[in-house]
Design a protein. Structure first.
Length: 216
């Protein structure tokens, strides 16, 4: 592990725990101040349901995203949030513009800068949105703009997917076929398709590489 990666892990863990403490501080202090504590007998079924629903998503993300983002930007992403909608697209775009292969130390550094700038930009945009919310509400809720806001995420990932799919057409085709069969034919829930699709695609890609269908 390089010195850069060691520092990223050290700082990431430190600020992660600080952020977790800050998030928990208000409800804990409010409960202490007013003497009102959550009734675990009521809320634990909901918590358990969310854990069961999200565990496959989290496992899929922890397998797929670290090789792309690197340690520094991964910590920063999970602290600031909005991973799939914004941070992953920004990191991939930055690495593509810089002409750097994902997984290298240079890619990790570029990814950290991209995610950090994205987080700062998001904070500024949210602040402006709060200030301008009242005057812009009629415009944003208009029938003309509504379809655009409903398709922001597909548009972002569609453009990024096209860029990366062209780099490995055979692997991308295999991944798409596997996932489409799982969703449309086998009727498997999306979260399990994500997890299983990663594993099956890796195995099939390895077989294709061994058989000479893939050069790298």
């Amino acid at each position: 592990m390089t010195d850069f990666e060691k520092k990223m892990h050290h700082d990431g863990r430190l600020y992660g725990w600080i952020t977790l403490a800050a998030i928990c501080a208000f409800p804990v202090f409010a409960s202490i101040q007013f003497g009102i504590w959550p009734d675990w007998g009521i809320i634990w079924p909901g918590i358990l349901t969310m854990i069961i629903m999200m565990e496959s998503y989290v496992l899929s993300e922890m397998i797929a995203f670290p090789p792309i983002l690197g340690p520094g930007s991964l910590y920063l992403t999970y602290i600031t949030g909005n991973l799939q909608n914004q941070k992953i697209p920004c990191a991939l775009s930055a690495m593509s513009i810089a002409g750097i292969e994902a997984g290298s130390e240079k890619a990790n550094a570029v990814s950290v800068v991209a995610v950090a700038v994205s987080s700062i930009t998001t904070t500024i945009v949210i602040a402006l949105g709060i200030i301008l919310m009242a005057p812009l509400t009629p415009i944003l809720n208009s029938a003309v703009l509504a379809p655009a806001f409903n398709n922001v995420v597909p548009a972002i990932f569609g453009a990024l997917a096209g860029l990366w799919m062209l780099k490995q057409v055979k692997v991308s085709a295999v991944a798409m076929i596997v996932c489409l069969v799982a969703i449309l034919v086998l009727k498997i829930n999306l979260q399990w398709v994500l997890l299983g699709g990663i594993a099956v695609t890796v195995v099939l890609s390895r077989i294709m590489y061994k058989s000479g269908l893939l050069k790298n």
